[in-house]
Design a protein around this ligand. Structure first.
Ligand code: MLT
Length: 261
């Protein structure tokens, strides 16, 4: 699909046919992080895996704000027949929350994947500032190895093919894109209060060994959303869609299959 966005025509990669499901990636990544899950889901769904602003041919807004990313997701959803599903991984989940706050009717079915509702605390904001300094001076190479170690469970770090694919995705990100992501995550508002008001089918999915958005917090988030399903994936860290694509696709396929039919 092609989308008019900020005065440009932007490609949104898609595969398969059926009810639409939009998979939104996290930091410091792009839509390719969803490739394995998207392939598996495409036997029953039309799967879209957009690159958020700043990736590929998608222009970057001047300043990093989560609302820009929410605007982009809203533009993608506006092109799709209803009902459509939305899955937000980590930063993609933060962007989904930003959209839900101002346009709740735009999202009819929601998957929250390795993400959290809480905003950054002071230590978290300081870590974002340090990471911004790193990417300004050294670009993606300055953050790639520490990020790989945080994103993957210890067992996944032994999978050389997976580590190499992940390294390639991170290294192709532009410094200004990484800075925009970091500023948007640092300044995002808390979404905890929204959870109790959500009235849409929701699944919360997390890797059991996630050290960025821990499983206990994800379980509590699911508990705060009326009727939400909770799935934890063994043997995965934060990056469950790349570490355990089959298990993630199976959980999302069951969920979207019943919610979108
Ligand atoms: C992500 O995976 O999108 C980020 O690592 C999330 C975060 O740093 O809060």
């Amino acid at each position: 699909m092609r989308l008019d966005w900020m005065g440009q025509s932007v490609q949104v990669r898609e595969l398969g046919q059926g009810p639409s499901v939009v998979l939104v990636h996290g930091y410091p990544l792009d839509g390719a992080m969803w490739s394995g899950v998207a392939r598996a889901l495409s036997v029953r769904f039309r799967v879209l895996k957009p690159d958020l602003p700043g990736r590929g041919e998608n222009p970057i807004p001047g300043d990093g704000r989560m609302d820009h990313y929410a605007d982009f997701i809203e533009a993608v959803l506006s092109e799709l027949p209803e009902p459509a599903g939305l899955a937000g991984f980590s930063m993609g989940g933060y962007a989904a929350f930003a959209l839900l706050k101002r346009a709740p009717g735009k999202v009819g079915t929601l998957a929250l994947v390795d993400t959290r509702a809480a905003a950054d605390d002071e230590a978290g904001k300081a870590a974002r500032a340090a990471a911004i300094d790193s990417v300004r001076s050294g670009g993606a190479p300055a953050i790639v190895e520490p990020m790989i170690r945080k994103l993957l469970a210890p067992a996944s770090l032994q999978n050389a093919g997976l580590v190499e694919r992940l390294r390639r995705i991170i290294l192709r990100q532009k410094p200004e894109t990484l800075e925009s992501d970091l500023a948007a995550m640092r300044d995002r508002s808390d979404s905890s209060e929204l959870l109790g008001r959500l009235q849409i089918p929701t699944i919360v999915l997390v890797g059991e060994e996630d050290v960025i958005t821990p499983a206990a917090e994800a379980r509590a988030m699911a508990g705060a959303i009326q009727g939400a399903r909770f799935v934890s994936i063994p043997g995965a860290g934060h990056l469950t869609p790349m570490e355990r694509p089959g298990a993630v696709a199976s959980a999302l396929g069951d969920f979207f299959g019943s919610a979108l039919s």
